[in-house]
Ligand binder design. Sequence first.
Ligand code: KIV
Ligand code: ZN
Length: 506
Amino acid sequence: MDTNNIIIFDTTLRDGEQSPGASLDINDKIQIARQLVLLNVDVIEAGFPVSSPGDFESVSRIAQEVRGVSVAGLARAVEKDIDSAAQALEKAERPRIHVFLATSEIHRKYKLQKAKEEIIHLAVKGVKHALKYVDDVEFSPEDASRTELDFLVQVVEAVIDAGAKTVNIPDTVGYAVPDHYASIIRGLKENVKNINKAVISVHCHNDLGLGVANSLAAVKAGAQQVECTINGLGERAGNAALEEIVMALKTRQDFYHCSTRIATKELIATSRLVSTLTGLRVQRNKAIVGENAFAHQSGVHQDGVLKERTTYEIMKPEDVGLHKTKIVLGKLSGRHAFKDRIRELGYEVSDDEFERAFEEFKRVADKKKEIFDEDIEAIIGVEKTDVPHVFQLESLSISCGPQVNPTARVQLKLQDNRIVEAHTNGDGPIDAIFKAIDMLTSITGKLLNYNIHAVTGGKDAMGEVYVDIDVGGKTIRGRAVSTDIIEASAKAYLNAINKVVGKKTV
Ligand code: KIV
Ligand code: ZN
């Protein structure tokens, strides 16, 4: 099937950075720009150089550092903006100056106080001035979707005549709806005589939640470039989300007959980087890159997906950079999903062990909304363990804090049910616990690694602890999970010690 290539113009670093709440320093911007190169976007709009010295600096650093992609700088249709953009883009391999001027009646009357003729004159003058510096000039009639179509036709024709290679049609205030927006694109294609000399671009804001729908409708009507942002960041409600546009075009190529050059496997990494650096979290149920986008909760869906992925999935998680579909195990999950996950985790359990584990799973799932892999390992660990319980933690108490010498009191249960106890101090509570265990087991483990992390979120989070200890030149790993991280630490250490006494090492 022949497909038309859609140019992806990423404006995360310009319009995206205008998101209330987003803040990026120059190093963050360079990091994002590098990731956008990996994502293979066609154009990176790096900033609005005249707007601040910081923006100027980041556009020029990005222009200098990234290769294989066009770098655009935004400018109003005034000489000082265009000069500043040109200067910031000096070192770019493929510089583009993006000139904009509002054209709608509301903007002409209240913001600019200029007549139509003057708008056309300034737009043409701006494009010509930019062409003195670069070959690649884009022009945007700001608020195009609220501009009278006949006037928009005149402006677009004039700037193409002046040499603009791309004409971008912004829905600046997110006012358009898909049929209306598509009709503007068709109107331009039909009425602008020189339209074939330029690329038609679209730039949709999301005030009515229609940014992506409007962009796609425009593509169907013949637009060849889409301006968008990672995670849909942007002024007010944001811009059309890049990941949604790209995956819609890929998934529904049968309908759009279009493709992009985007390396879709980089989508998740890019989304996470942008979210981390801007501090703007992605909502869980966000299409494509949200945590739930490839997660199945209902037992019926889980059964279907496990039998045949396409029953409930229209995209492959691998295509966006995820490892696999997420089956969210919880109280709605059935035997099929539970057994499948146990197998995936590499465990073999007998039928009896499985039945017991499944019962335990249902019990835990009643208390805990989501059951994670680590929870399952803990459940399986209850049912199936090849580590002998030579020493078991009977009780544990610590005292620590500012001005307090950390101490631990540990009681262990031996195989003959005797309880032994030690009371020690250490550099910290964990050190004190490990010393007490060494004392009680007569085994001295040299701690090589201690790793702790919360495996689930919320107040019922399970803390998982891994320890690597050296005993007689052998490295032994111990692991334990508990809602109490101090207890998990003691149990992980004991798990390793039990492997030593049971002559089992990993
Ligand atoms: O939304 C808008 O109109 C813009 C222009 C500067 C392209 O961001
Ligand atoms: Zn915008």
